[in-house]
Design a protein around this ligand. Structure first.
Ligand code: 3PG
Length: 306
């Protein structure tokens, strides 16, 4: 079988080497398309691939249409909002993610962003400490749990809201569950976002929630930029001169936002939550192993288009 790695933002070399040796050992061929700049390059590369490994690369209906032999696509990472699942399903293509594999990298970035915003963007001037502050975890999944664990190491007070997670599991982690999303925002000096981008969540964080942040509150977004209602974010930040926003990654409007709010906002230029060698190796090798198992035994663990 031919496995194609198509990554506009390439994996670390060690991850590519690891995927190559897993593919070779299982008797598959590996092709690599990195740093491509047009969808056409992807259509061409995928045309004879049996399996596809991507990161945040958009696997649209057009990509699926161009991939006549494709049987499986694995998003090496957690969020699969970049995959057209119905196009995959219509063609009988199995779509998977690799949950948890890059979570630590994202959690460390969330904490790093909190420190950066507390320390005057690493400029001279008096900042503040994380110790004693509260952090609200909005969605207690793989990344949220790790942010909670790291935040406790900083002596932060950790709260969480997740209607899909049993409160006992949250309490067992020494984290305080709250009853509503509104309460979470009201009680969080730092609000760490970990919800996926879905039709229901897109644009769901806006004025109503941001207005509830305590004085000096900071929204930390290592999830997806699409979750934020950006027009309302601007309104909230105009109304409240104390609140801050830090995000991985910038939207198209970021230059305007940055000019307007200065050091109260920061955005990474390219999504970098999972940009560590460790995360690339964990997620890349997991993707390769999932593909090998799928071809060998039909194993569909981690399928997301059921
Ligand atoms: C994820 O959903 O796993 C992260 O956002 C990582 O995305 P990336 O692989 O594009 O860095």
């Amino acid at each position: 079988m031919k496995i194609l790695i198509a990554t506009e933002k390439p994996f670390a070399k060690a991850a590519v080497d690891g995927i190559a040796s897993i593919a070779k050992e299982a008797g598959h061929n590996l092709a690599l398309l990195e740093k491509y700049s047009s969808a056409e390059e992807l259509y061409k590369a995928v045309s004879d691939a049996d399996a596809l490994i991507v990161r945040s690369d958009k696997v649209t209906k057009e990509v699926i249409d161009a991939a006549g032999n494709l049987k499986i696509v694995v998003r090496a990472g957690a969020g699969y909002d970049n995959l057209d699942l119905s196009a995959c399903t219509q063609r009988g293509i199995v779509a998977m993610n690799t949950p948890g594999q890059n979570s630590n990298a994202v959690a460390e970035l969330a904490i790093g962003m909190m420190i950066y915003m507390s320390r005057n963007s690493f400029n001279p001037g008096t900042g503040s400490e994380l110790k004693g502050k509260s952090v609200g975890i909005h969605a207690y999944g793989n990344v949220g749990r790790l942010v909670a664990k790291l935040a406790k190491g900083f002596d932060m007070k950790v709260l969480a809201f997740d209607p899909f997670v049993d409160k006992t599991a949250i309490i067992n982690d020494n984290v305080t569950p709250v009853d509503s999303i509104e309460e979470l925002y009201e009680k969080s000096d730092f609000l760490s976002l970990h919800i996926p981008a879905t039709p229901q969540t897109k644009g769901s964080v806006g004025l109503n929630l941001l207005n509830r942040l305590p004085k000096g509150g900071c929204l930390v977004n290592t999830a997806r930029k699409e979750i934020i209602n950006e027009a309302e974010l601007i309104m909230a930040m105009e109304k409240r001169e104390d609140i801050k926003y830090v995000t991985d990654v910038a939207t198209e409007n970021h230059a305007t936002i940055s000019e307007k709010f200065g050091k109260r906002v920061f955005a990474t230029p390219k999504k970098m939550g999972a940009e560590t060698a460790e995360a690339n190796i964990n997620a890349g090798l997991a993707a390769a192993n999932q593909i090998v198992r799928f071809f060998e035994t039909g194993d569909k663990t981690f399928q997301v288009n059921k």
